[in-house]
Design a protein. Structure first.
Lengths: 298, 267
């Protein structure tokens, strides 16, 4: 085997990455071991939340767990809808010179720190939700505008540039021969887009999975806009918690409550696993789809 | 003589590169018109100017006159859509939509145009598949994805897709180029059958195929029409023999050039 200098240079970086992620997992597992041994996944299925400083309290995380899922699904939907709409608009309607401008806008949106989105959610979107009166649709609607819906939408906006880049790329990569075939059949604009979206369905689902993976771990924005109440998210305009927002708000003082730290870290582990599974699935699907489209165009 | 397509002084550029130069041809109605010529001479480009697909290419520029069914398609947008709705196209490489079923691939044209629905659409799809000789092979798996068909079947599916819009003019770009002799023969048979009913512009670089199918045609070389007329005059005529010799000479000098380059490289 030849010694490739680039390989020697890069291997430590790759190894370091693997070691760091492995150690993160190891720490999460180790610190939450108590929970897994005593309770298994019971804490994820339990609703009761009664903290205690003296004895082991009950820390059921069903509500924040569902909060995480619902928020992530809303975010994924928002990001998916926006990026699909953008891909159709850019490719079917916008003049070509618009492309650079849109790339630039996407880049800058992707580069914004999440705290900026959080602040926007706090000062613009949440008040808008409050004034819209949507909360009255829920039995326990949020009087403040902070809700699962608010958090989901803002997280969705934060993720949208990434998923838009992916869907745009897939749309552009559709073999030209299909575009020509559609034109020869008289399909334009919306009709053409419909068929092309069908062709890249795999990529759209892949980007949704990646969005979900990203959204479920998002903390800053959610902690700022979700309302931070332990509440089953039965209605989207209710305030609630997600596992990440719960950790953000509780972890600082968790050492005062026996057992809480372990529960929170177990929750974090569940989020990490969910996020990695969703992300890996998404990446796999994106690869398969791209390969299939290329292969089938001959 | 009734004329389906009349092209006058047509020049086409891809960016700076000229692909067609002052091309003029006349395609008579209800016949097979062959477009012949060596690879890269502009056959596909010429076909794509007839139904304006050429405008989809970045930087493509078209100059001159293209009349389809008497309508100048580059200068009367409202009428051109109407006219081009009667033009179908079959491509050099089979390109059925891989995510759609066999049925939907054929139905897509009429569906998009709102030409047929329900039972009527079923009938139309069956008619197109029968016409393209595919019905017996696929009638039991109409809902399977088109990507499961063989290359030859895919090309016949594409022909069915084009026929389903009931075209009066069918553009075919080397429809048998990538097929085995059996599938190629089936498609030739189909072209013969269709030729009585509609006009077909057939791109091919196979002189024998042109002689078998076409009644007239044009020979292109380096973006120019070197001769046009009845098919026999193109393939056997003395003037064209000369030009064909020119073509083959041009090709042999090119190959001998590359060969001598190869020899130099090896030496
Ligand atoms: N999209 C494009 N951009 C730039 N040049 C192009 C493009 N498409 C074709 N050309 C050029 O235009 C010329 C004519 O191409 P065309 O595809 O019409 O040839 P053809 O006669 O159909 O060849 P073949 O028999 O190989 O299919 C060629 O020199 C080709 O390189
Ligand atoms: Mg060609």
């Amino acid at each position: 085997m030849k010694l490739d200098p680039l390989k020697i240079l890069l291997s430590p970086a790759a190894i370091a990455l693997i070691i760091v992620s492995a150690s993160i997992l190891a720490v999460l597992v180790y610190e939450s071991l108590n929970t897994w041994i005593q309770d298994g996944i019971g804490f994820l299925l339990r609703l009761e939340w009664s903290p205690s400083e003296e004895t082991y309290g009950t820390y059921g995380m069903l509500a924040p767990f569902l909060g995480s899922l619902v928020t992530a699904v809303i975010a994924m939907t928002v990001a998916g809808a926006l990026s699909t709409a953008l891909a159709v608009f850019v490719n079917e309607y916008a003049p070509k010179r618009f492309n650079n401008f849109i790339s630039l806008a996407l880049f800058s949106m992707a580069a914004l720190p999440t705290i900026v989105y959080g602040m926007w959610g706090l000062s613009v979107f949440a008040p808008a939700v409050r004034q819209s009166g949507l909360a009255s649709l829920c039995a326990m609607g949020s009087p403040t505008g902070y809700s699962v819906f608010t958090a989901g939408v803002v997280v969705g906006l934060m993720i949208a540039p990434f998923s838009a880049a992916m869907v745009l790329e897939a749309y552009r990569a559709v073999p030209f021969t299909y575009v020509e075939a559609l034109h020869s059949l008289g399909a334009k604009g919306f009709e053409r887009a419909g068929v092309i979206l069908g062709l890249i369905k795999g990529s759209i689902i892949a980007s949704a999975l990646l969005s979900f993976g990203r959204a479920i771990g998002e903390t800053t924005i959610v902690a700022m806009t979700v309302g931070n109440v332990i509440n089953l998210p039965l209605c989207p305009f209710q305030p609630a918690h997600t596992i990440t927002s719960l950790i953000a708000s509780q972890f600082g003082n968790a050492y005062l409550y026996p057992g809480l730290q372990s529960r929170l870290l177990a929750g974090a582990l569940v989020m990490v696993i969910g996020s990695s599974v969703s992300t890996s699935l998404g990446m796999w699907l994106a690869r398969v789809t791209a390969r299939r489209l290329k292969g089938e165009s001959l | 003589m009734d004329v389906t397509v009349k092209i006058r002084n047509l020049s086409v550029w891809y960016g700076q590169q000229k692909a067609l130069e002052t091309v003029s041809i006349t395609v008579p109605k209800g016949s097979v018109y062959a477009i012949l010529g060596p690879s890269g001479c502009g056959k596909s480009t010429l076909l794509r100017t007839v139904n304006k697909l050429i405008l989809l290419r970045d930087g493509a520029k078209v100059e001159g006159n293209v009349e389809v069914f008497g309508v100048d398609v580059y200068n009367s947008n409202s009428l051109s859509d109407e006219v081009l709705a009667k033009v179908g196209m079959v491509f050099q490489t089979p390109n059925p939509f891989p995510h759609l079923s066999i049925y939907d691939n054929v139905a897509i044209g009429p569906k998009l145009r709102g030409q047929a629905k329900g039972k009527e659409l079923d009938k139309l799809v069956r008619w197109a598949l029968e016409k393209s000789g595919l019905w017996d092979e696929v009638k039991d798996r109409l809902s399977r994805p088109a990507s499961e068909l063989s290359g030859g079947q895919q090309q016949r599916l594409c022909i069915a897709r084009a026929l389903a819009i009931k075209p009066s003019l069918l553009l075919m770009d080397e429809p048998t180029a990538n097929l085995d002799p059996l599938n190629a023969a089936k498609i030739e048979e189909l072209i013969k059958e269709l030729s009585g009913e509609i006009t077909i512009m057939l791109v091919t670089h196979d002189a024998d195929q042109a002689r078998r199918l076409a009644s007239s045609g044009a020979l292109l070389f380096l973006g120019k029409v070197v001769c046009e007329g009845p098919i026999d005059s193109i393939i056997n005529g003395s003037y064209c023999d000369l030009l064909q010799n020119l073509v083959s000479e041009h090709l042999t000098t090119q190959t001998s050039k590359t060969k001598s380059k190869e020899i130099k490289k090896r030496g």
